[in-house]
Each structure stands twice: as C-alpha cells, then as structure tokens.
Design a protein around this ligand. Structure first.
Ligand code: URA
Length: 442
C-alpha cells in the first residue's frame, strides 16, 4: 500500500477502506508519511468529503493513535461537553460545576484561545495559581476526589489530531464536516465519557456559517458517537452576536462567578443551564428536559455549583478567595476606551468574528500559538444584536493595558456593528429577529 494511491483514490472521489485509512493515519502519526502527502490527502477530503463509514473509520484510527481513558473505577456517570467555538463562550465554566455538583464526572480537556476565539484554559489561568498542566496521575486523583478537572491536552489523547489540525490550519482545510467531526469525536471518545453534549455554533464567527451546515455537522457527530456507544446529543446555537456580557479572560471568570452566585441571568446563563440540563437528562439524573433545567437551576440557587467551582480552583492550585472577592484577586486592566453609536437605531448586524479579532488586539488573545496574553484585557458589551441605541450611547468598551494595537482594536470593533437608522425599516427588517440562541436540538 502507498500513500500516493490513497490520495489519488480520494482525489477521484472514491470510497476508502479501513485498511487504507488505518495505514495513512498510523504511518502519518509515526512520521513515515510526510506533511506534504497528508496535506494533499486533507485537501482531497475537504473537496470530496467522506461518507459516514469513512468518517467513522477515520475517527477510529485517530482514537487509536493514543491513549484511551478508562474511568469505570470512578463508578459515576461520565459526561463531557464540547462547543465548536465562539466569542465570549464561557459555558464550560458554568456547566462543569453545575453537573459535577450532582455527582456527574466531567473529565474535561480544554483548549487555548487562538486568533478570534477564546480558550477555557486561558480563562482559568487568569485566576492566580490555577494550573492546567496536570499529568495523568494527578488528573485521575483529582477526578476521584471531586469528580471533575479541567486540564490541557497533557495526556496522549488522539495525538495525531494535534498534527493534523496544525496542518489543516495552514492548508485552509479546517472547515470540512468530516474532518471536524473526526477531530472532535476522536478526542471525546478517547477521554472515556459515556455522555456527550455538543454545542454546534452557527453564524458569522462559526466554522459553519449556515444553519443547514451546522445541522449537518451535528448529525455527523451524533452518528459517530452512536457507533462508539457514546450517548451524544447536539444543540445548534446562534453565534451572530457575542455570548454573555464580556469577552476576555479575567472578565469572563468574574462573570461566571456572578452567574453561579445567582446574581446574573443573561444569555450565557440561559445557554449554560440548557446544556447542563441536557447532560443531567442524558446521565439519567432527571426524566424530562424541564425537570433537568430546574435541577440545574437549583444547583445555582443552593450554592452547590459555586462550592464545586471553589473546590476545582482549590484542587488545581488556584486562589480560592477569588470566589468571595473576585475584584481584589483577578487582574484588572488599567485603561478603557468606549465605542459609541454614531446614530440612533437598532443594532441590526454584528460581525462577531471582527469582535473576536478586536478582543485579540486588546492583548486578551494570541495571534500565534505560544504568544503571551494579557489576562485582564478584553471587551465589555453594553449592547448586542437587536438592541436599540441612542446616538452617542456606549455599545462596547475595550479594556487594555498595552496601547500597541488599541487604535486598530477600536477601529475593528467600531466597524463590526451596523446600527440601522430608526426610520429605515427595510434595514431593520433585514436584521435577524434575535430572541433565542437555541436553533435546534438534535
Ligand atoms: N475543534 C476541534 O477540536 N477540531 C476541529 O477540527 C475543529 C474544532
């Protein structure tokens, strides 16, 4: 068997066999197949796609490239959630404490922010002392002690995905339904979860811009999950406006604490409660989604979710007093700059990707892997999609310490908003009526 023949077959839109997919993935993982051949293969898949059988086989080969965690010794339901990424998406930090406080284990391996997207690990590391670089032994110990841990990709979980993703990132082959499905699902299957809830984003900042494509991606991942015996549900959610009231690491941690204290009920809270409810339902801790939602809400009201977050912070080395006095513990930006409405009207469009780019330019995100970030920088949103603004009213506020890219950040953020003229009904009508983030449950 030769890599060349496999590439040729996929280039000619023919179906690949298990032997061919295994050969390519194992040899690439070992370093026997060079990046240039894998790049050609990825582009063939990007252009011609893979059917369900091939996508399942690709996922399987990727799982087998590394370790598979067996968490049966914990004797708990094991669940996980994955979001395909957005701006201000801190749902994991709310969902994990809620469901773990109910005795559901969540062995979460999260990522870092890059470009316009934020990362759960960066947010957590804005808490002084918080460690995410935890080895397998300590990870299992923490899971045994408290039922959850949120760590970086320190274990050998689907290691071939790391190599393939880096290649996809530099060869314009990320936005492929088959490749995204195999990449996400291989890691979730290897992590040993039995229940998985996927939040598939649709909108101008998402991989999938159209709802139909987001649904297709969700269906593909559900099918893969089923074949591996992983109970998978997916929700397609709107990402045409940032989630929550802010984007930036310490800003988002403070917001999470306020939500878990029951002091803040915004769209981030609503989506987090809904996704938590799906995990609770699928882990058989409730019998209807309504009951599961009230169970999730109860864990906030009785303080147990907040207590669980405190325990996670303590076990991972973070400063626990952040829960009681976030303002005195979390880093705070020295300066701020306001973005004001140039006319009165409704916010009819937000280029959410540009908002993520502006966030990165404040110093809160990284342009390249390994760049240092400013934990205190970011954006506070005063208005979002479909909100009414008066001329001169503040739409958003940039928080920063370094002024190196701040003029650019201000320009990018101002240009990201379209405020339709109040008299111009046509423009207003063209704006999506925005009252619900959840588009579909699959
Ligand atoms: N997230 C992943 O882990 N992989 C992808 O391919 C896309 C998003």
């Amino acid at each position: 068997m030769r890599a060349y023949d496999i590439i040729l077959k996929k280039r000619n839109n023919q179906k690949l066999s298990k032997e061919e997919i295994d050969f390519l993935i194992f040899r690439y993982n070992n370093g026997d197949i060079p990046d240039y051949q894998m790049s050609a293969f990825l582009m063939s898949v990007f252009l011609n796609g893979m059917d369900d059988d091939e996508t399942f086989l690709l996922t399987d080969a990727m799982v087998k490239s590394g370790d598979k965690l067996d968490l049966a010794f914990l004797d708990m339901p094991v669940a996980d959630k994955h979001s395909t990424g957005g701006v201000g998406d801190g749902t994991s930090l709310i969902i994990v404490p809620i469901v773990a406080s109910l005795g559901i284990c969540v062995p979460m391996m999260a990522g870092r922010g890059l470009g316009h997207t934020g990362g759960t690990l960066d947010k957590l590391e804005s808490i002084p002392g918080f460690r995410t670089n935890i080895d397998k032994k300590e990870f299992l110990n923490i899971l045994e002690l408290t039922g959850t841990a949120i760590i970086g990709q320190t274990l050998e979980i689907a290691p071939v995905d790391k190599k393939m993703y880096a290649l996809r990132d530099s060869t314009a082959t990320v936005e492929s339904i088959s490749l995204i499905s195999a990449s996400i699902m291989s890691k979730k299957i290897a992590e040993g979860a039995k229940t998985l809830v996927l939040d598939v984003k649709s909108g101008n900042v998402a991989f999938m811009k159209k709802e139909t494509e987001a649904k297709e991606l969700a269906q593909k991942m559900i099918k893969i999950g089923k074949k591996f015996g992983l109970n998978t549900s997916a929700v397609v959610t709107d990402m045409n406006t940032p989630l929550g009231n802010c984007a930036g690491n310490s800003l988002e941690i403070k917001q999470v604490i306020e939500i878990l204290k029951g002091n803040l009920k915004n769209d981030l809270f609503e989506l987090s409660v809904y996704l938590s409810a799906l995990i609770i339902l699928n882990s058989k801790k409730a019998s209807t989604i309504e009951e599961a939602e009230s169970v999730a809400q109860k864990q906030i009201n009785n303080g147990k979710a907040l207590e669980k977050l405190k325990e996670i912070i303590r076990l991972q080395g973070g400063e626990v007093s952040v829960i009681d006095t976030p303002d005195s513990i979390l880093p705070k930006a020295k300066y701020s700059r306001e973005i004001k409405a140039v006319n009165s009207g409704y916010i009819s469009y937000i280029d959410t990707r540009a908002v993520g780019t502006a966030e990165m330019l404040t110093g809160a995100g990284r342009e390249r892997k390994g760049d240092k970030i400013d934990y205190s920088a970011g954006i506070v949103f005063h208005k979002k999609l479909n909100d009414y603004v008066e001329k001169g009213e503040v739409i958003a506020e940039l928080a920063y310490n370094s002024s190196v890219h701040i003029d650019e950040a201000e320009m990018v953020l101002s240009d990201a908003y379209i405020v339709s003229n109040i008299e111009d009904k046509n423009i207003k009508m063209a704006g999506k009526v925005y009252d619900k983030r959840i588009i579909a449950l699959l």
